[in-house]
Write a protein that binds this ligand. Structure first.
Ligand code: ADP
Length: 396
């Protein structure tokens, strides 16, 4: 079957059409600047990438334009829209209600809306994409795949914060975790590549992109992860602070005369390696700058690697051991120096990195030497394929 995978944000909509048997991507692209002016990027599997500027006042027009491109007689990859058998939607926050992907019904949409105050930037935008697809592809079954679902197996000791329990009971304030689709995909792939049963393996997945999180996967289940109630907790990220002393919020608010929105904006958008370096959130820029002797850029990378290594160590402790450590996402897949810096803290685990293998990027590679006590692996993530598989499992 052909699955349309949709990842919808407030002003953009990423899409892929995947043939589920061959797992081949027939076409992919993005609608950008929805509600502003509008731009469609369309890349068919055997053709040239096309960029079309066109008015997209709402997401419904964006979905219509994607569908028109898919069935375009000259460059389309489908003969008609009947060839789209299902749609898989990425949804960010499923709260405690969704521990797995689910068929999108009106009740499900309502339940996702109820979780929206936990992810006010993401869930409403995701649902706009769902509504737009429903409007245009009326009878096609749709599936919700949640970023949080994989982490619903975390035990209480991992997900409860040390604050009055009534806030968990009243408002469900707890750790949820994100990037679940990626952590699940990569940890499963690690078991396959190691030829070991998934439910008998301790894996730590380092999803290091612009947003970054780590997950401890024990016997096929997420038992801890670094992001929390929101994607702000945990690692130092591109522009997000990750863990800080909560009292710093009050201190900075007073010193800088900021309200809560101002502080949250700083922690989400002005912090991380961007805030530390004062240069960029992109690790390529940081490497170039630190090679030219910029000390803040060098320090930003060191802070990022140190924090990541500390989380790896804590998850090895949480699982009482680790069999495999996997690197994925933009930084994890491409930046060998960062992987090396992180692994340099992990010698006590018996890790030995193969420096030649560690030069590789963007492909599945064993990064550790045969005598390393823990397998270190580079596994490119593929969240769209994982959403396609989930969709087929539910609709198929
Ligand atoms: P997200 O999905 O969270 O936006 P990605 O996983 O796409 O992020 O990662 C994007 C980041 O990956 C970039 O900001 C950059 O820091 C990093 N990156 C991409 N390519 C390279 C590269 N060749 N070398 C080092 N870092 C890279």
């Amino acid at each position: 079957m052909n699955v349309l995978v949709i990842n919808c944000g407030s002003s953009s909509l990423k899409y892929q059409v995947i043939h589920s048997d061959s797992e081949e991507v027939l076409a992919k692209g993005i609608c950008e600047r929805i509600g502003i002016d509008g731009r469609l990027v369309y890349q068919p599997k055997d053709g040239e990438k096309e960029v079309t500027e066109a008015a997209m006042p709402t997401h419904t027009e964006a979905v219509r334009m994607v569908l028109e491109a898919l069935v375009n007689p000259r460059t389309g990859v489908l003969k008609s829209l009947d060839e789209i058998n299902a749609v898989g939607h990425r949804l960010v926050h499923g709260g405690e209600k969704f521990a797995a992907s689910t068929l999108l019904t009106e009740e499900v949409i309502q339940a996702v809306e109820e979780c929206s105050d936990l992810a006010p930037l993401h869930n409403p935008a995701n649902l706009i994409g769902v509504r737009a697809c429903q409007e245009v592809l009326k009878d096609v079954p749709m599936v919700a795949v949640f970023d949080t679902a994989f982490h619903q197996t975390m035990p209480k000791e991992a997900y409860l914060y040390g604050i009055p329990y009534e806030y968990y009971e009243k408002y469900k304030v707890r750790k949820y975790g994100f990037h679940g689709t990626s952590h699940s995909y990569v940890s499963k792939r690690a078991a396959e590549l190691l030829n070991k049963p998934y439910d008998d393996l301790k894996t730590i997945v380092c999803h290091l992109g612009n947003g970054a999180s780590i997950c401890a996967v024990k016997n096929g289940k997420s038992v801890d992860t670094s992001m929390g109630l929101t994607p702000l907790e945990g690692l130092v990220m591109g522009t997000r602070s990750g863990d800080i002393d909560p009292s710093a919020i009050e201190f900075l608010a007073k010193k800088e005369n900021l309200d809560m929105a101002g502080i949250m904006n700083i922690l989400n958008k002005e912090s991380g390696v961007y805030g530390l370096s004062g240069i960029s959130s992109d690790f390529r820029d940081l490497e170039a700058a630190s090679n030219e002797g910029n000390e803040r850029a060098a320090a930003a990378r060191e802070v990022f690697c140190y924090r990541t290594a500390k989380y790896v160590g804590s998850y090895a402790a949480a699982m009482n051991g680790v069999d495999a450590i996997c690197f994925t996402a933009g930084v994890g897949e491409n930046d060998g120096k960062v992987r090396e810096m992180i692994c340099s803290y992990l010698g006590y685990l018996g890790i030995r990195l193969d420096s030649e293998a560690n030069q590789k990027r963007g492909e599945e590679v064993m990064l550790s030497t045969p005598d390393s006590k823990v397998a270190v692996m580079l596994i490119p993530t593929n969240e769209e394929l994982a959403i396609c598989r989930e969709t087929v499992a539910i609709v198929g």
